[in-house]
Ligand binder design. Structure first.
Ligand SMILES: CC(C)(COP(=O)(O)OP(=O)(O)OC[C@H]1O[C@@H](n2cnc3c(N)ncnc32)[C@H](O)[C@@H]1OP(=O)(O)O)[C@@H](O)C(=O)NCCC(=O)NCCS
Length: 191
């Protein structure tokens, strides 16, 4: 049975020369990520209550980079300009499950242009077919209808059970699930 190997996973997600590309987040990206996450237009969608200033960003990243069970990626366009980020966290060693997280189209000009769906679709192809994850979950503020819509379009389905209330604004959080077979059967296999 295949086991999760972080180094191999980072290689899988480091393709180049396509319309949408990914690469592992590095220290030099943290200023940009802090800027994205502090934008009032995007900050409200996250669960974190800690200000994403550069110091917190560095602290977060040193822990995230050392965590063997997560990969954090930059989303880049065809010219390798960073437009957003996406992560796979809590990756089970046996690859039975993982969580999609930190999904953000950080550049406002790129939001609502189809980039999020295209990046997510490509990410899921790699997650399910190259990495071999069997089931993916995602947690979304129930009022974040844009993200829920995008997740549903690629096949995620909301689950009845909800996480404890968010400490940010006491709104509820929707858990969504997508199984590999469901995704592959929906033939989202464009790259
Ligand atoms: C969620 C996010 C990643 C999606 O990326 P994007 O590039 O903006 O999304 P796309 O342009 O690919 O698709 C947006 C879709 O949502 C729809 N949409 C836009 N606003 C909406 C709303 N208020 N309610 C429902 N659907 C909405 C659009 O019509 C489009 O759907 P369509 O293609 O069927 O017409 C991006 O908007 C983002 O970074 N948001 C802030 C952070 C966030 O919410 N992250 C997810 C946290 S779990």
């Amino acid at each position: 049975m295949a086991e999760f190997d972080k180094q191999r996973a980072l290689e899988i997600f480091s393709g180049t020369g396509q319309q949408i590309n990914f690469r592992p987040i590095e220290d030099v990206d943290l200023e940009l990520i802090a800027k994205w996450r502090n934008d009032a237009e995007t900050a409200k969608y996250f669960f974190s209550t800690v200000p994403d200033d550069i110091d917190n960003q560095r602290k977060w990243f040193s822990e995230a980079a050392a965590d063997p069970d997560q990969i954090n990626l930059l989303v880049l366009d065809d010219k390798h300009i960073p437009l957003g980020m996406i992560a796979l966290v809590d990756i089970a060693k046996d690859l039975n499950s993982a969580e999609l997280g930190r999904f953000l189209v950080g550049e406002s000009r790129a939001r609502n242009t189809g980039l999020g769906q295209a990046a997510l679709n490509k990410f899921l192809v790699l997650v399910f077919t190259e990495l071999g994850v069997k089931e993916l979950r995602a947690y979304v503020h129930t009022w974040n209808q844009r993200a829920i819509h995008v997740y549903e379009k690629v096949g995620f389905r909301p689950q009845p059970a909800e996480r404890p209330l968010s400490s940010v604004n006491k709104s509820s959080i929707t858990m969504m699930l997508l199984k590999r077979d469901q995704f592959i059967n929906k033939a989202h296999l464009t790259r």
